[in-house]
Design a protein around this ligand. Structure first.
Ligand code: SDX
Length: 432
């Protein structure tokens, strides 16, 4: 803790407060306003938490101006180049890269928890065939608390660990079951002889009638996308998991809350919305019309996949995904992907437009990811599910960090009340 102070003058009362300032290892200082209400009788006010640090965390660091993203201090670019998703999962959960033995044990645990209870599998028969996969995934993840009573004591580290492994291991299986249900195909069980992403692909695309061979390029592309989506500081869905978990609810319920928050088009639902937008724009000649709509304050249309609360110059993940999109499309023979060409053209036009430059709107992680998912044969409605599979490890890491913190308190923000002043009840006969 630093001995820096921040003096706050209350001009109305002539009083002041000296508030403690905490320094992080990286990033801006924070002003501890815990005493503000007691000393000044006022709350802070920051809708959307634009300038509010909700917690202390050691997991992920983002510098929005410099386009920096570190997982436990390691640059995401280096992890994308040298690591793999399961190793990144270990890093985010344990705090450092695993030794070879640690990674073997971790991978064995994950690959041996991929099956889901057969009763849980039957839940999918209860969903309408055209239910959105995110509705099925959030429902089934929340229902896991009805099955795993042996690991629900959040005060026990061993229960917290087995919960973490179960979520990471079963999210692909649950997601694949949602996909198979939506296309009326039989569920495909996980295989322990395959790596994490190959296993996912075979659960998605294998059918009983013939052998299925995993395309290593597709598995490699998925693994990279999952690394890039694994965690991202206190984003909307991670903050939801922390807030829900702070009540002491079971961890599966907290993760289900995160799945629901991610679904929104302003957050993880953007990757699905980008493809819908590109299909609506249709051809390069129509781009100026939609850019104009995005700039019109009276038009609710926004360029999906553009803008970010934190990144104001570029999203480092978008740069990696754009480069990867080229490679993947070429390798799997979609070089003439009109959607990809349209996306590149849209980015080029938007990046030169004064409005987007002034408002610092650049492609984010969701702008290109859907194009790759589509090229791998994954339908639009499953794009956010793919995001949820990857982000599960981030949610779990933050939940574990919050639960293990001895200073943990239930999250309970206050408000600025602007409703009616106190008034007495009026009998119905006296109302006009
Ligand atoms: C993710 O937080 C995270 O880290 C999220 C994420 C993660 O890994 O967890 O990175 C993943 O959610 C990426 C974002 C995906 N969402 C989209 O692509 C949806 C489109 N983008 C916007 O809805 C928006 O940019 C947000 C939600 C991403 C950011 O919203 P902010 O920070 O609240 O910004 P804002 O809405 O206040 O916008 C600031 C200005 C506004 O104009 P003014 O009111 O100042 O005149 O920029 C404009 C907005 O109208 N603007 C856009 C725009 N995004 C913002 N205008 C046109 N198109 C856009 N996409």
């Amino acid at each position: 803790m630093s001995d820096k102070k921040f003096r706050l003058e209350n001009v109305n009362t002539g009083t002041s407060s000296e508030l403690p300032v905490h320094e992080g290892v990286l990033g801006p200082d924070v002003i501890d306003v815990g005493r503000l209400y007691r000393e000044q009788g006022a709350f802070t006010f920051d809708p959307g938490f634009v300038a509010t640090a909700s917690c202390e965390s050691e997991i992920t660091f983002i510098d929005g101006e410099e386009g920096v993203l570190l997982y436990r201090g390691y640059p995401v670019e280096q992890l994308a180049k040298n690591s793999n998703f399961l190793e990144v999962c270990y890093l985010l959960l344990a705090g450092d890269l695993p030794t070879p033995e640690e990674l073997v044990r971790f991978r064995h645990s994950i690959l041996h928890h991929t099956m889901i209870n057969e009763t849980l599998l039957r839940f999918f028969n209860g969903f309408h065939y055209n239910a959105h996969p995110m509705a099925m995934v959030s429902g089934v993840v929340g229902s896991m608390s009805a099955f795993y009573h042996d690991s629900m004591n959040i005060e026990k580290p061993e229960h917290r660990e087995i919960f973490a492994h179960r979520i990471i291991a079963k999210m692909p299986t649950i997601s694949a079951a949602a996909y198979k249900h939506s296309i009326g195909q039989p569920f495909v069980y996980p295989r322990n002889d395959l790596d994490y992403c190959s296993n996912l692909l075979q659960m998605f695309f294998a059918v009983p009638c013939e052998e299925y061979e995993v395309d290593p390029i597709a598995a490699e592309a998925l693994d990279l996308l999952f690394i890039l989506h694994a965690d991202h500081e206190q984003n909307c869905s991670t903050s939801t998991v922390r807030l829900a978990g702070s009540s002491g609810t079971n961890p599966y319920a907290a993760i289900a809350a995160g799945v629901s928050a991610l679904w929104g088009p302003a957050h993880g639902g953007a990757n699905e919305a980008v493809l819908k937008m590109l299909e609506k724009i249709g051809r390069p000649e129509s781009i100026p019309k939609y850019v104009a709509k995005a700039k019109d304050r009276d038009d609710p249309f926004r360029l999906m996949g553009f803008g970010h609360r934190v990144y104001k110059n570029f999203d480092p993940r978008a740069k990696i995904i754009r480069e990867m999109a080229h490679r993947v499309l070429e390798k799997i023979g979609h070089t003439d992907s009109p959607l990809f060409e349209l996306a590149l053209r849209l980015e080029e036009i938007a990046r030169k437009d004064e409005y987007f430059i002034e408002k610092k709107l650049y492609p984010n992680v969701d702008f290109y990811s859907g194009i790759i998912y589509r090229a791998l044969g994954i339908p639009n409605t499953m794009f956010t599910v793919m995001f949820a599979i990857a982000r599960s490890v981030g949610w779990v890491a933050h939940w574990q960090e919050m639960i293990a913190d001895p200073r943990r308190r239930i999250g309970r923000p206050r408000q600025l009340y602007t409703g009616p002043d106190r008034r007495d009840y009026v009998e119905i006969g006296d109302r006009t």
